[in-house]
Structure formats: structure tokens, C-alpha cells
Design a protein around this ligand. Structure first.
Ligand SMILES: [Zn+2]
Ligand SMILES: [Zn+2]
Length: 347
């Protein structure tokens, strides 16, 4: 079935972004033991996106629930740090590696609040792959506050970014901001639904709004710092600015990436090594090139399509120059690995 194939590709693609011919290899790493970040905040890596676990006075708040089939692993991880029930699930966006085990957890905790943006609810509700238990029962448009005092949570959505309405989740008492896939592996994000030019706008609104952030938890991968978030926001803005200028001059997409390379601060975001934990995915360099390709299609008024966002080189048309296949190619098996960074100290 075409839809099922596309969804499988999407599930792999959101984290891995490989052409169909390369969808083999190690696949998603399984969930790892729960990891402490700070205070009452933990993270479970693997099995899809990161799951954030926040132990509050009245129960546990989860942010994102991995691929289907990981619900028990999430509950086992929670059980190793608290006996409190799951009271709230926040889903940052509609992709299956973030909402996949929501229905399983809901069956165990029928009173759980499942919260997402209105845009995410629409995307989940119209996707035939999802069971009814995945559909959120609480939504918000652009901002919502939950709880108070130590248990206060601020939810924000600033429109199209990695999907049509990604949610950013901020826990002011612990200074933890969860990014969803707008920030994953500390590199340019995967953009399967386009929006290269809207992405930095959403990020700029976010960094102008949230105050006091010390821990930036990625949708996949690691825990970054506020400085990392500010840097990638500037990078994504420059990427689209340089892409527009290169497109208008009639240059190839690689010219915009060459311009990004001139800023030494951007070197980690253009790394040609693979990130530890992402053996199935792209290098930062390939992802930057892919996002310039996405931007070129937007400037040309052409649909983005999954292929280009997923690493297929941009073909040359009457409207724009194509990209070099080597610039977006998946890493070779012997590609060196960037080690995982430690959790920041929060200082
Ligand atoms: Zn994801
Ligand atoms: Zn995603």
C-alpha cells in the first residue's frame, strides 16, 4: 500500500533520511536506560525520538513516546525512578517516532491528558496509520500554560518548522527546554514538509520568548546548551538567506553551503562525520545541503517532496540548478564518528 510505504519511509526518514535503496543497515537503536539530566528531569534515548520524563508532585509528565512498540520500555524506565503514575503526555509533533507509543501508555493510564498543538492533532487525525488512542485530547493554538510553581510547564508553537505545528516544551523550574525534531543531533533539521524559510522564523520567536534556559533537549540525540540553540538558529537563518542569494544568481546549492563554511562557528553544523547514535542517518554536511535543496524548491514554487528532503539530489530544471549527488549522499560505513557530548553542567 502506497501510504504504508510512505509512512515507513517517513518513520525512518525523520531520523535517518536515507533513500529507499539504502533503508537497510542497523535501523533505529533500541531504548537505552533512563538518563538523569537535572533535578526531576530524565531522558530515554532510542527506539525513535528522545522521551523526556519529568517527575512532578502529582505524577509523571512524558514528552514524546517513540515508535510503536516502545511503550513498555518507557514505563520500565519511569518505574526505575518513581512509582508515580503517568498523568500527562505531550507530543511535540505528528511523526510516528514521537507519538508511536502514546496509545499503549494511554491504555495503562486511561485518565492521561494527551496534549499537542492543533496543527499536530490535525496531522495525526488525518493519518490513517494512527489508532484513535494516538489522537490528542487536549490542544492549544500557540501557547498554553500547565500547572504552577515548581510544576509549571509552558508550551509554545510558532507555526511551520519541522512539521506544520511543532511544540516546544519549557520547564522553567528546571530550566529544561525540549525541542522536538526542530533540533535533533545538533544539525540542520530534517524538513520533509518543506518550510526551510519558516524554520528560522519559528526558532527566532522561540529564543525571543523563553528565558532562563540551561538545558536544550533534542528530539533525537543529546542535551545541548542555550548557546547551541542560538547558533543553530543563526545557521538556519543564514542558510536560507545564502540559499536565496545563490538561487537568484543561478548558482548551484553547494555555493550557499560554501558560504556557510566561511563562519568558523558553524563548523560542527557542517561536519562530514556521522553522529554517535545516528549510524543510519545523515552527516551534518549532507543535511545542510539537503535543506538548501528544500529552500531551492520553495523559491521555485515547486513541491518539496519527500525525496529531496530525504537526501535525493535536487535535479536541475529550467528554474534552478541541481545539486551534486555527493553532497547529500548517505555516509559510507567507515565514516568517522563524532562522540556523544556529555550532558551540560547547567552553569
Ligand atoms: Zn523524529
Ligand atoms: Zn519528526
Amino acid at each position: 500500500m502506497k501510504t504504508a510505504i510512505a509512512i515507513t519511509a517517513l518513520a525512518l526518514g525523520m531520523v535517518g533520511a536515507m533513500p529507499a535503496s539504502a533503508q537497510r543497515g542497523p535501523g533505529l537503536p533500541p531504548p537505552e536506560p533512563i538518563q538523569h539530566i537535572t533535578g526531576n528531569v530524565y531522558k530515554i534515548f532510542g527506539g525513535g525520538g528522545n522521551t523526556l520524563v519529568v517527575v512532578q508532585k502529582d505524577g509523571v509528565v512524558l514528552v514524546d513516546t517513540k515508535m510503536p512498540g516502545n511503550g513498555q520500555a518507557i514505563l520500565d524506565g519511569v518505574k526505575s525512578v518513581t512509582d508515580k503514575p503517568i498523568v500527562t503526555i505531550i507530543n511535540t509533533h505528528s511523526h510516528p517516532d514521537h507519538v508511536g507509543s502514546t496509545d499503549f501508555i494511554r491504555e495503562k493510564y486511561p485518565n492521561v491528558k494527551v496534549i499537542a498543538s492543533e496543527a499536530t492533532k490535525d496531522e495525526v487525525a488525518k493519518n490513517p496509520m494512527y489508532k484513535p488512542g494516538v489522537i490528542p485530547n487536549v490542544t492549544f493554538h500557540d501557547h498554553m500554560t500547565l500547572g504552577q510553581g515548581e510544576d509549571r510547564i509552558e508550551l509554545y508553537s510558532f507555526g511551520q518548522a519541522h512539521t506544520g505545528g511543532d511544540t516546544f516544551v519549557y520547564f522553567p523550574a528546571s530550566h529544561v527546554l525540549f525541542m522536538g525534531d526542530v533540533m535533533a543531533w545538533n544539525m540542520a533539521p530534517f524538513l520533509p514538509s518543506g518550510g526551510a524559510s519558516l524554520l528560522p522564523t519559528a526558532e527566532e520567536k522561540l529564543i525571543a520568548t523563553v528565558k532562563g534556559v540551561k538545558f536544550v533537549v533534542e528530539g533525537h540525540g543529546y542535551v545541548d546548551t542555550w548557546k547551541d540553540l542560538v547558533r543553530i538558529t543563526h545557521f538556519n537563518r543564514d542558510l536560507v538567506t545564502f540559499a536565496k542569494a545563490a538561487y537568484d544568481r543561478g548558482d548551484a546549492p553547494s555555493v550557499a553551503v560554501d558560504q556557510l563554511k566561511k563562519n568558523p562557528d558553524y563548523a560542527p553544523l557542517l561536519d562530514t562525520r556521522i553522529k554517535d547514535g545516528l549510524p543510519y542517518g545523515n552527516t551534518p554536511f549532507a543535511r545542510a545541503n539537503m535543506n538548501v535543496n528544500v529552500a531551492y524548491l520553495e523559491f521555485a514554487g515547486e513541491p518539496v517532496g519527500f525525496g529531496v528532503a530525504n537526501g535525493a539530489p535536487l535535479p536541475a530544471t529550467a528554474k534552478h540548478k541541481g545539486s551534486n549527488p555527493a553532497d547529500t549522499a548517505p555516509p559510507k560505513p567507515d565514516t568517522p564518528v563524532v562522540p556523544r557530548p556529555p550532558v551540560p553542567s547547567g552553569k
